[in-house]
Design a protein. Structure first.
Length: 118
């Protein structure tokens, strides 16, 4: 397993949630990491991405101010913190890795479900 995501679950509307993704193997050597999500019946949507070397970040315009991506290079782990969650944030969240900026997409994790209850 090259990308192991965790931290999903059920959260009430207005609440916050943190996800983590630990990289290994070739994924850990990638230049960038990212988070995408896929809601039921919809396509995969970009959320945020980060560069391992200097921590540069990029966010989806629609989510700016509500999500924060960060990384811990020593642990090869990337985090996604989401706040003010709403029902439309319900989705499977996937972490990714790759050389593509700002949408790293060579390697994909298995996804973790986030469900926001109203």
């Amino acid at each position: 397993v090259q990308l192991q995501a965790s931290g999903g679950g059920l959260v009430q509307a207005g609440g916050s949630l943190g996800l983590s993704c630990q990289a290994s193997g070739r994924a850990a050597s990638s230049s960038h990491m990212g988070w995408f999500r896929q809601a039921p019946g919809k396509g995969r949507e970009f959320v945020a991405s980060i560069t391992w070397s200097d921590g540069s970040t990029y966010y989806a315009d629609s989510l700016k101010g509500r999500v924060t991506i960060s990384r811990d290079n020593r642990r090869d782990t990337v985090y996604l913190h989401m706040s003010s969650l709403q029902s439309e944030d319900t989705a499977v969240y996937y972490c990714s890795a790759g050389a593509e900026w700002p949408f790293p997409s060579t390697y994909w994790g298995q996804g973790t479900q986030v469900t926001v209850s109203s």
